[in-house]
Design a binder for this molecule. Sequence first.
Ligand code: HT7
Ligand code: ZN
Length: 855
Amino acid sequence: PETIHRLDYTPPAWLVPEIRLEFELGTELTKVKSTMKVERNPDGSHDQTMHLCGDNIAVMSLSVDGKPAEGWTMSGANLLLPLPGDAHEVTIETHLHPATNSQLMGLYASNGMLCTQCEAEGFRRITFFPDRPDVLSRYTVHMSGPKDAFPILLSNGDMTASGEGEDGTHWAEWTDPWPKPSYLFALVAGELVARKEVFTTMNGRKVDLAVYVRPGDEERTEHAMRSLVNSMKWDEETFGREYDLDTFNIVAVSDFNMGAMENKGLNIFNTRYILADPDTATDGDFDAVEGVVGHEYFHNWSGNRVTCRDWFQLSLKEGFTVLRDQMFSAAMGSEPVKRIEDVRILRAAQFPEDSGPLAHPIRPDSYQEISNFYTATVYNKGAEVIRMMHTMAGPEAFRKGSDLYFDRHDGEAATCEDFVKAMEDGAGLDLTAFRLWYEQAGTPKVTVHSEFSDGTLTLTVKQKVPATPGQPHKKPMPIPLKIALFDRATGSHSGEHTLMVDKAEQVFTFDGFAEAPVLSLNRGFSAPIQLESEVSDADIKFLAAKDDDAFARYEALQQLLTRELLGAVEHGPDEARRAAIAEALAAVLDDDGIDDLMRGELMMLPTISFLIELSAPADPMAIHASRERLKAYLGQRLHDRLTALHDRASAVAYSLEADARGARKVKTQALILLSAADEAETARRAEAQYRAADNMTDRQGALAVMASLDAPARDDLLADFHGRYEGNALVIDKWFAIQASSLRPDVLDAVEALAKHPDFTMKNPNRVRSLYMTVAGNPIAFHDETGRGYRMIADLVLALDPLNPQTAARFVPWLGRWRKIEPKRAAMMRAELERMAKEPSLSKDVREQVTKSID
Ligand code: HT7
Ligand code: ZN
């Protein structure tokens, strides 16, 4: 496959200022007529030929200025159209078959309705077009179809006309006044019902809001609507961004490759991120709905009004929008808890990517298939990079930078460089060296060595950015490292410092201490680095108890836990350290000053994926065993506190308020710690929690704990859960995932049986992910010593690839982590990659991931 390089960018030779699309809708056959006003780009090459992308479509008719076109040719799937003048009208007809579109890109059928997904390169599956984000057009969309099958007809912008046709058909016309790239085009047709509300913007304009779902689901849209209204208000208050159409529609569809899509004025969502009520959605699901609704809405400015020049700039919209959704969720809930969750995701998903064969900078230099670059690096590390600018500038100056960015580039297709320049000019920062974060892949490793004499503390900070594919030699990165120096006697500090670390080795001194202070480093996770600190266990324990930065307090406990978990793999448990951990956790359980949402975070052990990262080449089973051993130890040592906590939290009535959510969180965390210590008692408590539950958080939490136990009630509860929620796709997804996450030795047998269950289908990405992504993330299953877990994932990729290459490709990176794993398993993982590579008909998506993962 062809490799596309960032530096090869050239502006388009032809522009399309206006397009009219006419759809005759049908599930089996949809006819599309596109009429484009095209004009030569004064800033482009003077190519006489217009290049129109296509994918899996054929030209049914083609005319230029009303006459049949002459001299056009096909170059592979693309159309080459010679045009003699500077401006023309081009009309093309294509035929689509939505019912058989299993890739879920372009126009497809889902659960009886028709919908589109065009980012990144799906529009070319609808009509021939210069399908690149720097070609911006005004769209008018006319659609007609049978009224009984498609009573609701939606597209971008506002509806400008509608009417009845013949033979039970009807039509609607939608006009979007804002020029947009083709990836933001959307259309939805089907039987839908809506929750509606009117939002008044900061300038008093009324906007009609609607959340469309399938009949029967409308009761589960209240939280999505609330989240949308909150997002609109928050973006006005925090970034000064107002909505710019009279209509804002959201539609939930059950077959979707990703989470959601920010099409202008018509966001399309995976049902998973819209539907939520207490009986079917956990607190985590509620949070995810809020975050994703916010994310897609925020794209209206960071992505739509200012879009990307080319796909290498993806982080321009995604990194910035992730930061915006993180800030929004923090503002709606608990800031420190949200920060902890975001860092946990970064460490579990992005750090492994950054140190593996698929590592790439947040602005990649090349790709074969752009869908493979919707990664944790582009999204989450991209957000961290902009967060560092926020840290360096402070909130007011950052806002000046973002205002300037939006003003300067409104209506444009911009680059990451444009964003950085606007931040420099608006926020008054010098980001010359900081631009390295866009260029270099890899997580910097930072070590801090401290010495104390005569009242002076000397910190020697060293950093090393590891080599990554294509980048063997790295320069030191500019790292804003927030620190505080604690007085041992008083337990307080005299203020935070932000050290700008930008050399391979640097020395910082601090005077005026009577005794060596305790170091609190990278507070708030001010930089996305791996910190190797020499801080003693005693000092970490001090911070775990006393640090006033909630994130740093969490971090101190995690560090202590990590030391013990990895140390025990090498040379067995360290009694003194285990006791220190138990004491620190006991303090967490006893501390009335901590709310339960934070307590729940502090009770969680580091993820196996993060521990593998730190101990490569890792024996995943040894890490898992070490984790279970520590859980058992803590479960025993803290037994009375944990059961008391479980009892206390069980008495709290259901509500969506923070206290009640916190109670549910600690309830299940207590069960998790207890489960490794006393199976029988935990099974009794889990069963009681399940049977008493009046909400999904408690029910799922109890069932997930139960799924790993060998308890008599286990199978009954699993059957009860399935029976209770039969027909509710999102909850049945949970039923599959709960079983695939089991830590029992028979988990792979169970997964094989589940793959044959009548509710399992390869056609629905949520269902496939619920079973197999859970297997890939379950160390007991995936790293089974026979290699069966690896084979299962490779078999899945090969079976899914012909149907849905994008979703199939997302499983490959799990096998690509072979270098991090001990040699015997690594060889089996690599062998599966080699087996996949031999398959001649692999998609471009899977082939790119497999080839890069083997090297
Ligand atoms: N911007 C959206 C990306 C997206 C996507 C990309 C490839 C294939 C399918 C997709 N669906 C949505 C999602 C977002 O970041 O908001
Ligand atoms: Zn996004």
